[in-house]
Design a protein around this ligand. Structure first.
Ligand code: ATP
Ligand code: MG
Ligand code: MG
Ligand code: MG
Length: 473
């Protein structure tokens, strides 16, 4: 089954079951400073769950553009290393606003997976929130899943919340055991393990509370349902592929990357990681820029800059020199343009924005890598295998490289990063940034708080334009 058919089958199934087909909302949430990017299907319905907004329907279904980079649920650093994580992905979902609740949500999901998508029942597992006897009972007694494939987990896995505040509730997830070939091989590998063997397909959230700033849970006006299943994951399973990147959603993008960069996919792990990162990040960049975001030094624009810069570093790792990332917008636009017309109409502009950012960063990165390599050589020569925290911080601070990128550079150099020293320097810098903020009497926007390292934005002032840098070096 093609991914386009899977998307349609899901939506049609819920429409046939009385759900309103609602368009994806933008990745950049409107009027919600508590959230960096739309990270789930429920985001556009937040006020409906809270009872602050009425809709002419009480059931809805969507295929929602999601971004999990920065902020809660960030998967930026997982991309390329797991089979299942992206920054940009599509989340299929069904929603009930005070209409049906647990039982119907469970039945809808089970029937779709086993009768329409025909997944083998014996490979499916479910998880429920530790205290949720009701859900466990429905799975066992009404659906007929053997007790040993029903796992009770705690808050981390089975209590879903959009952000630090907002609608939330216990959840129940449907997982497929893909077999040992997909796993970490550890004896205790089971549901909840970080590896890809027990692949989480679908999360059914029983929306029951609103969490406020001091952590208090208040019951919602009406218990509701919010579910989410990653289109890329269900597609990988139905197409019998080992990772999401091997599906038809990525194939044209990866082909183009391979032909332009002159590399092979599926031969060597390290190369594959870079290809996956590039393929993931071009989708994210394309969709964010289509919505009008441009790379910058603060807030959302800074996340976009980090994403582009990470991709550029991986292009360089594949030994390609030159401006080329923008060329991968084309296969993204061809793969998903029929569903998201904005990436077709905005294509030229998207390419231009990426190209400018590339030209600017390539110069910075070359210099940073050179100095980094020299440092690595010196450290190795001295017989040490630890990259000192102060030194890595200096590099990071001078070049304005994203922190995850620095970490990867250290990881690739086969040295250990002196985390304690690095954090000490980072904290000192944070203090300086905080003091600078106070001095300027600038209010800290909520959005920056969402960034893992909010004050990073100050580091860049005056360093990001390479015109400025050439005067520094
Ligand atoms: P995981 O444990 O694998 O990180 P999650 O529990 O964080 O997933 P949820 O927040 O429950 O994910 O999101 C609902 C569904 O969206 C998941 O069951 C999965 O199918 C999909 N999904 C979540 N994160 C990603 C991602 N980064 N890339 C692709 N699909 C994702
Ligand atoms: Mg996750
Ligand atoms: Mg999970
Ligand atoms: Mg989950």
């Amino acid at each position: 089954m093609k991914s386009s058919e899977i998307r349609s089958l899901f939506l049609d199934y819920f429409v046939n079951n009385g759900h309103e087909l609602v368009k994806s909302s933008p990745l950049i949430p409107k009027d919600d400073p508590s959230l960096l990017f739309t990270n789930a299907g429920m985001v556009q319905f937040k006020k409906v769950f809270l009872g602050e907004e009425q809709r002419p329907y009480s059931r809805a279904t969507t295929c929602q553009k999601c971004m999990r980079a920065g902020g809660k649920h960030s998967d930026l650093e997982n991309v390329g290393f797991t089979a299942r994580h992206h920054t940009f992905f599509e989340m299929l979902g069904n929603f009930s606003f005070g209409d049906y609740f647990k039982r119907e949500a469970i039945f809808f999901a089970w029937k779709l997976l086993t009768e329409h998508f025909k997944l083998p029942k014996e490979k499916l597992w479910v998880s429920v929130y530790r205290e949720d006897d009701e859900a466990a009972h429905i799975w066992e007694k009404e659906i007929g899943i053997p007790t040993e494939r029903i796992v009770r987990l705690g808050e981390k896995d089975n209590f879903w919340q959009m952000g630090d505040t907002g609608p939330c509730g216990p959840c129940s997830e449907i997982i497929i055991d893909q077999g040992q070939d997909f796993g970490c091989g550890r004896a205790d590998c089971s549901v909840g393990c970080d590896c890809d063997r027990f692949l989480e397909l679908w999360n059914l959230v029983f929306m029951q509370y609103n969490k406020d700033e001091d952590g208090t849970l208040t019951p919602l006006p009406k218990p509701s349902i919010d579910t989410g299943m990653g289109l890329e994951r269900i597609t990988a399973v139905l197409q019998g592929k080992k990772t999401n990147f091997d599906t038809d959603l990525f194939e044209p993008i990866i082909s183009k990357i391979c032909s332009v960069l002159n590399v092979n996919y599926g031969k060597e792990r390290k190369t594959d990681i870079s290809i996956k990162v590039i393929a993931d990040h071009i989708r994210a960049s394309t969709f964010l820029i289509a919505e009008g975001l441009i790379p910058s030094n603060e807030g959302r624009g800074y996340v976009l800059r980090r994403i582009i810069r990470r991709a550029l570093r991986h292009i360089k790792l594949l030994e390609y020199d030159g401006v080329t990332f923008y060329r991968f917008v084309e296969p993204v636009s061809e793969t998903l343009g029929a569903v998201y017309p904005e990436i077709v109409s905005e294509r030229k502009r998207i390419e231009k924005v990426i190209k400018i950012e590339e030209e600017r960063f390539i110069k910075t990165l070359e210099r940073a890598q050179q100095i980094f390599d020299e440092a690595v050589n010196n450290i190795k020569k001295s017989g040490s295998n630890v990259f000192p925290g102060e030194e890595i911080f200096r590099l990071y601070d001078t070049f304005g490289l994203p922190i995850d990128l620095i970490r990867e550079m250290v990881r690739d150099s086969e040295l250990e990063l002196d985390e304690i020293g690095f954090h000490r320097e980072l904290n000192k810098q944070r203090e300086r940034a905080r003091a600078a903020l106070k001095a300027q009497e600038v209010g800290m926007d909520e959005v920056y708080r969402e960034l893992e390292l909010a004050p990073e934005k100050f580091r860049f002032t005056g360093y990001t334009d390479y015109e400025v840098q050439t005067t520094i070096y």
